[in-house]
Design a protein around this ligand. Structure first.
Ligand SMILES: [Zn+2]
Length: 508
């Protein structure tokens, strides 16, 4: 059997299903370009029929990102497949990914279908997808809780119908490494035509076993692993790409497989995804957490200084972690700035480049040293900006230990200015209340996180907020050297996105 592992990234689809992690098309496009540059094999760009926003994002990724397979998700319905085909029409290598639940609990409570009906629906959907593209993936949803004999039957039938990949998802994150190894082994023994398709796995992390289960599966013969950057995804998330890859590469003595991915791009993409989604990586997270390569305990440090290998099983350089270097200063010109952005992996439109350059100049005035992380924050703020949305013009805050905080906020939209003031429980609350009053929007702040992009007293504060109107949960992000200003901008960004999504869904 071929020992090459296909890396299927679903950050833009499953990852986006993390509560509050919605991304706009421009943000998805930047992530997709980074994924292509790090040489993942397949990018699942979205679920085209789910919303107009998803459709547009898949279309944009399919048009722009070449050299990698672009995949769209569909239920086993012709209208879903038609919509995905439309979104993928300009893809160099399109793939349709069709799914249908097969476990008893899903059949009885969700689909209300009998087994033979499931089989027929799956086969028909695969055949229909196959009439458009050769590359068709089928997923029996909740496979790990499906009766193995029925799972084998479905797998055989969809391969006969033309599926080139069959994905075995552990949808609810319930399986364990031994059990999953046995399940994949069982399929290899009991599905006659299994060698005509690639077997894939898609593991969720509800029990913290997604990476371990994926590693067990490849030893049993799976040759595609579905994963996300930083392991984001529904509930506890998915198999973390960086952990899977580095485990397989570091323990090549056990996992002797070919993985053609540029691991030095891992850290940059992890940073980008965390900034874009507002889901910050925990400090002790494997591979990409801030402490992952810190050797501080005295006894370790001594051994480490004598010989790095005493405690270091992989190097920070191998995953693209570099010393923070001063990159640009106040006098750097536009050309140097653009060149540096390209080195960081961003190809921006003229308009976005101008806006980011202006933000950089403003920042360089306030902050002597500008680092890569600061620049990525600026780009992210720019990408997340809603065109034609409200913008902060002025904020004035009065606060102290014995007074009620008051915020006066002036915002603008389409050349018009609006102003109001509010008191609040704290300065951030006062600013948010003033913004709500001006716009007349009803929403609550659900989550608020403040994070500094680099170290030092003058570091940029990055703020990620999640707001909700009861129906949607929307993330807003912003950065500024002043944390109160960053907070207000982040809240306003979330409000702009909420207004946008409501408008968009009115049209759907
Ligand atoms: Zn999933």
């Amino acid at each position: 059997m071929d020992n090459r592992i296909i890396i299927f990234d679903t950050t833009l689809r499953d990852g986006e299903q993390s509560p509050g992690a919605s991304m706009n098309t421009e943000e998805k496009l930047q992530i997709a370009k980074h994924l292509a540059r790090m040489k993942v094999d397949v990018i699942e760009a979205g679920f085209p029929i789910a919303s107009q926003g998803d459709f547009e994002a898949v279309t944009a990724v399919a048009e722009t990102v070449k050299g990698v397979t672009i995949c769209g998700l569909c239920r086993s319905l012709n209208k879903d497949i038609d919509r995905a085909v439309e979104a993928l029409k300009n893809a160099e290598k399109p793939r349709l990914h069709v799914f249908l639940a097969t476990s008893k609990i899903h059949l009885e409570y969700k689909l209300k279908m009998a087994e033979d009906k499931i089989l027929e629906t799956a086969v028909n959907a695969v055949k229909y997808a196959k009439s458009f593209y050769n590359d068709v993936e089928f997923s029996p949803e909740d496979a790990s809780r499906t009766e193995p004999s029925f799972l084998a039957k479905v797998t055989e039938a969809v391969i006969d119908a033309g599926a080139t990949t069959v994905n075995i998802p552990d949808t609810v994150g319930y399986t364990t490494p031994e059990e999953f190894y046995n399940l994949i082994t069982y399929l290899y023994k009991n599905v006659k035509n299994i060698n005509q398709a690639v077997i894939s796995v898609h593991c969720h992390n509800d029990l913290g076993l997604a990476v371990a289960n994926s590693l067990a599966a490849i030893r049993a013969g799976a040759r595609q692993v579905e994963c996300t950057v930083n392991g984001i995804g529904e509930r506890a998330g998915n198999c973390a790409m960086e952990e899977f890859i580095m485990a397989a590469k570091t323990r090549k003595d056990i996992y002797d497989y070919q993985i053609d991915l540029d691991t030095t791009k891992i850290y940059p993409i992890s940073t980008l995804v965390s900034k874009i989604t507002g889901i910050f990586v925990q400090r002790n997270k494997a591979i990409v957490g801030q402490n992952a390569f810190a050797h501080e305990a005295g006894i370790h440090q001594h051994g480490y200084l004598a010989n790095k290998e005493t405690y270091e099983i992989m190097t920070p350089e191998s995953v693209g972690i570099k010393e923070a270097t001063l990159v640009l200063g106040k006098h750097s010109g536009r050309h140097a700035f653009q060149k540096h952005m390209e080195d960081l992996g961003f190809s921006l439109t003229e308009e976005k480049l101008n806006a980011t350059f202006k933000a950089f100049k403003d920042l360089a005035d306030k902050k002597k040293e500008v680092y890569d992380d600061d620049l990525i924050s600026l780009i992210e703020t720019e990408l997340g900006t809603v065109a034609g949305g409200y913008e902060i013009e002025n904020i004035q805050i009065q606060t102290g230990n014995n007074i009620r905080p008051v915020a006066c906020v002036k915002i603008k939209k389409d050349g018009e200015f609006f102003e109001d003031a509010s008191i609040g429980d704290g300065p951030v609350d006062a600013a948010c209340q003033a913004i709500k009053r001006i716009i007349g929007i009803d929403c609550n702040l659900e989550d608020y996180r403040l994070h500094s992009s680099t170290s030092g007293m003058d570091a940029i504060g990055e703020v990620s907020t999640i707001i909700t109107d009861g129906k949607y949960h929307i993330t807003g992000k912003a950065s500024d050297t002043d944390v109160i200003i960053a907070s207000a901008k982040s809240f306003l960004n979330a409000v702009n996105r909420l207004i946008n999504i409501k408008e968009q869904n009115k049209k759907d």
